[in-house]
Design a protein around this ligand. Structure first.
Ligand code: SF4
Length: 123
């Protein structure tokens, strides 16, 4: 039976998870070492479709700063993070921008948007 060791990053406790293949369970895996149900969800997702929320900055013109912080509004597949960063690095958005404005819609067809994580007025 194949097993994986992962640290749960959902909360600061950081439980050490063991995720094992289990053909008898509904979704094919069992998780041990989690102190709460969120760890089970995280552990199964981590071995089937690992994702991360992406936080970075994008170029902005017409504002008092030249970069604006942006964040993905959901987890992005880990194997697409570098390509997503390239897309964001090639962006140039214009002020004014409001907190939550979408700067890239449905990035790489993931269904996840990149949104501004602060407002910036026109300068
Ligand atoms: S399993 Fe629960 S308690 Fe443990 S780190 Fe994950 S979220 Fe926190």
């Amino acid at each position: 039976m194949k097993g994986y060791e992962k640290i749960c990053i959902v909360c600061p406790i950081g439980c050490k998870l063991t995720i094992k293949e289990d053909p008898k369970s509904d979704d094919g895996y069992i998780v041990e070492g989690n102190n709460c149900p969120r760890g089970e969800i995280y552990g199964k997702k981590e071995v089937t479709n690992p994702t991360r929320v992406l936080t970075t900055t994008a170029k902005i013109v017409g504002a008092h700063l030249n970069r604006i912080p942006v964040i993905s509004n959901d987890g992005l597949p880990k194997d697409k993070l570098f390509k997503c960063m390239e897309i964001i690095n090639s962006l140039e958005v214009s002020a004014p921008i409001k907190l939550g404005d979408v700067v890239v819609e449905n990035i790489m067809g993931t269904g996840v948007d990149i949104v501004a994580s602060r407002s910036m007025e026109k300068y």
